[in-house]
Design a protein around this ligand. Sequence first.
Ligand code: DOR
Ligand code: ZN
Length: 421
Amino acid sequence: MAYLLKGVSILGASPTDLYIADGVISDKPVDGAEVIDAAGLVALPGLVDVHTHLREPGREDAETVDTGSRAAALGGYTAVCAMANTSPVADTAGVVEQVWRLGREAGLVDVQPIGAVTVGLAGKQMAELGAMATSAANVRIFSDDGFCVADPKLMRRALEYVKAFDGVIAQHAEEPRLTEGAQMHEGEVSTRLGLTGWPAVAEEAIIARDVLLAEHVGSRLHVCHVSTAGSVEVLRQAKARGVRVTAEVTPHHLLLTDELAAGYDPVFKVNPPLRTRKDVEALRRALLDGVIDVVATDHAPHAVQDKECEWSYARPGMLGLETALPIVLSVFGPQWDLIADRMSIAPARIAGLDGHGGDLTKAGTPANLTLVDPSVQRVVDPAELASRSRNTPYAGMTLPGRIVATFLRGEATVLDGKAVK
Ligand code: DOR
Ligand code: ZN
């Protein structure tokens, strides 16, 4: 199918006509193209998420590759990197190939599996990184996310191993001995509520260690869900020294604070925990100045029984794919170049997803893009989400921006705000 996006604004520039044919952007009129009235709509390169939990295999009651792909497309994404903490864990070529194949079958976004760093995420023995890298899934990012690769010797080995094929280790930075029994951010609010705290230094200490290891080895390190002002300073110094480190921040850490724990609603329980207003402000500045490279959702669907229970028993994590762009728009306003870089171009580069994050003004660019109506304000209704889970912390909030259409290699995955298949 060929399309004409009539009067579309590419990244906020003046309106133009954009043709899509044969899976790419075309600069010439195409006969028989379906016309989409795109007046007032902004075209962005399709969003890319380097941190998504799709839960399949193992917890299909919370999400599947299909339902998660649907949520992603509706959120404006054309590619997501699927975290390895499935059941079984994605620590072999067999499991990453299974996830990759399920992604192709769903056909709504490119699903790029992330491989585990250690067998069973147990932190003891390195997984078969080479076999996953050379599998059909072509794994380039490895992560034990959910757990920290706490053993420095293992971390060093993993960094050395992936250097050969320019892979990257994505670290969930949490010194486990400092967060035993932790329920929320350690600070004034945790003291008041009498809940065991997760101190900022547990994250900062691991990031400091790992940037030194990455520097020593000369490998690429990626830091997942940075959540504290102190982490930003460690990263700033490392980048200034030329360490090959990239970092992500989640929409929830850009907006929400630890005060929300006071209502004991487990929808706000997440790991790393929501931090203070001062941290939120530092994270926003770091995303603006580039010390933090990307926004990643950490989309973490959980079944009702795992979330709607006592705070201390609830699993950490919140949905993110369908609300990420509206949250970023609400925080930063229509800074389209910034949004395109931090949510598409930079994540595509980190994940090595060549067809994504391309220049929409150039003929021949793969037609991976999304159309946003920034003039619409919408109330988040959990019942309307495509995700199989309901654990959104934004229920009832009014947020700007509606994803009108998404295209994957020139085929519409979303039209009129609805998934096409
Ligand atoms: O809140 C979180 N949820 N943090 C993690 O690191 C893992 C994730 C999950 O898998 O639910
Ligand atoms: Zn994590």
